[in-house]
Ligand binder design. Structure first.
Ligand SMILES: Cc1cc2nc3c(=O)[nH]c(=O)nc-3n(C[C@H](O)[C@H](O)[C@H](O)COP(=O)(O)O)c2cc1C
Length: 265
């Protein structure tokens, strides 16, 4: 029996709605069923980035020279939640699941930064941060890794800074997300530049953040090469390191640890 123009339009609409519904069910099902795997990969990625900053996992590799993967290597780390205001450890959040970048979005879990304070262009700073402690075979602090972030030219750079057992010099810096231009600001990913952070002094004799990214090195222990042709990214990196190692970042925690170690009076 021939179908009239009205029937034809009705059929097209019914088929379109059914196809759309089917597609949305398939997409939703896939998204929900892949979520646990995405979470596992996100967690693995975080561990790998912390290990890379700490110099325990080569760039681009998923295992160390002895074939140990991030899961195994990360077992020697302890994650602690830190009250960034006082520098004291806190149990107010579950360190295993706490997301400090998310916490910085809400008024109740973060504080506003004034223009003068906000040298890393963060807007707000979370009240609690995480710190990753690696102990050596006899239980002494070997390395400490802190999350760092701040604005470059095109967006926020997210990374980790590893600090040596002396709580004064850097071991490594690694960014896991940024929007800087490859070949310019994107040189923050350059393996040689990252390696140059090993041994650089983070604080001057008064305990103030002192790292400077300079075009011409003078031989000072506080200097790192600026990124060529990327003055704005360079300034961003210098500022974010100063912020997170400073009074509004992990400075109070580092002071407490130095006090406990007898490094300062
Ligand atoms: C397409 C394009 C991409 C750029 N990307 C960056 C960048 O990622 N980081 C940066 O600091 N400057 C970048 N710049 C350069 C800045 O605009 C600016 O000229 C530069 O930071 C000045 O650095 P200099 O004094 O070392 O030359 C870019 C410029 C262009 C045209």
């Amino acid at each position: 029996m021939p179908v009239g123009p009205r029937e034809g339009i009705k059929n097209i609409l019914v088929v379109s709605v059914v196809v759309c519904l089917l597609c949305s069910i398939i997409v939703s099902f896939t998204a929900v069923s892949l979520k646990p795997r995405q979470d596992v990969n996100k967690e693995l990625d975080r561990k790998q980035n912390i290990l890379r900053a700490a110099g325990l996992l080569p760039a681009g590799a998923t295992t160390d020279a002895e074939g140990r993967d991030a899961g195994v290597l990360f077992e020697s780390f302890e994650v602690r939640a830190v009250d960034l205001e006082t520098g004291e450890f806190t149990s107010d959040v579950d360190a295993a699941s706490y997301d400090q970048i998310r916490a910085a979005r809400f008024a109740e879990s973060s504080r506003d930064l004034s223009a003068e304070e906000d040298i890393a262009t963060l807007g707000r700073r979370e009240n609690i941060g995480l710190a990753y402690f690696k102990q050596d075979a006899v239980g002494a602090l070997e390395r400490l890794v802190i999350p760092v972030r701040g604005y470059g030219l095109w967006g926020t750079l997210f990374g980790f800074l590893a600090i040596d057992r002396d709580l004064t010099s850097a071991v490594g810096l690694s960014f896991y997300a940024h929007k800087e231009t490859p070949g310019l600001g994107g040189e923050v990913d350059n393996a040689n530049w990252k390696a140059s952070w090993d041994g650089v002094m983070l604080f001057d004799e008064t305990g103030e953040p002192a790292v400077r990214l300079v075009k011409t090195r003078s031989g000072s222990d506080y200097e790192i090469d600026a990124l060529s042709g990327a003055t704005l990214t360079t300034r961003g990196v210098e500022n974010l390191i100063a912020f997170w190692t400073g009074e509004l970042g992990y400075g109070p925690m580092l002071e407490r640890l130095k006090l406990a170690n007898g490094q300062v009076e």
